[in-house]
Design a protein around this ligand. Sequence first.
Ligand SMILES: *[C@@H]1O[C@H](CO)[C@@H](O)[C@H](O)[C@H]1NC(C)=O
Ligand SMILES: *[C@@H]1O[C@H](CO)[C@@H](O)[C@H](O)[C@H]1NC(C)=O
Ligand SMILES: *[C@@H]1O[C@H](CO)[C@@H](O)[C@H](O)[C@H]1NC(C)=O
Ligand SMILES: *[C@@H]1O[C@H](CO)[C@@H](O)[C@H](O)[C@H]1NC(C)=O
Length: 164
Amino acid sequence: MARMAVTMAALTMVALLRGAEATRFIVGGNMGWTTNVNYTVWAQDKHFYNGDWLFFVYDRNQMNVLEVNSTDYASCNSDNPITNWTRGAGRDVVPLNVTRPYYFISGKGFCYGGMKLAVKVENPPPPPVASPLNGAPPSIYRGTIILPTVFAIGAMWDAFVWVW
Ligand SMILES: *[C@@H]1O[C@H](CO)[C@@H](O)[C@H](O)[C@H]1NC(C)=O
Ligand SMILES: *[C@@H]1O[C@H](CO)[C@@H](O)[C@H](O)[C@H]1NC(C)=O
Ligand SMILES: *[C@@H]1O[C@H](CO)[C@@H](O)[C@H](O)[C@H]1NC(C)=O
Ligand SMILES: *[C@@H]1O[C@H](CO)[C@@H](O)[C@H](O)[C@H]1NC(C)=O
């Protein structure tokens, strides 16, 4: 029990410290970039922050990944892509490195069936404020100071509490 509580505390701390880290999204989750996935639904519960990445995994013999503007996204026009992200392996990585909306479609007719993705890239949220310590040192030092404390307390608990 004690061990578990300490582990949870340590993990929570790590999660907080990782707050500002970039996320790599596999577009469509385990379905990937394909037909019969509603990418509006896939994207709607996610936050995309500047510095995150999109990873398109798909059948390289059929689909592709084109970044287009909002007009061409709406009409599925693949004639004037802003960026052709297709590299040929069916594994394309797109850095979301500008805070703006991004629009992706597959050409070759698949966009008409719903193979289109719009994401709104936002500025990353500010790093979490350290509530346990008032006047905490800058976040870069937080891990080095708090984590040893957590582990030290954990070691004490382990020494005295052996109830599971
Ligand atoms: C998208 O690009 C097309 C073709 O270049 C252009 O006609 C259209 O106005 C553009 N739409 C936007 C919203 O910029
Ligand atoms: C996109 O780039 C790939 C690889 O260079 C190329 O084979 C393909 O024809 C391009 N597609 C479009 C629509 O420009
Ligand atoms: C974003 O990434 C693209 C592709 O790697 C690159 O060409 C572009 O310069 C980058 N833009 C910024 C603002 O970093
Ligand atoms: C995806 O789902 C949204 C919300 O339910 C719906 O408005 C939209 O028409 C769907 N798109 C496709 C291509 O089915």
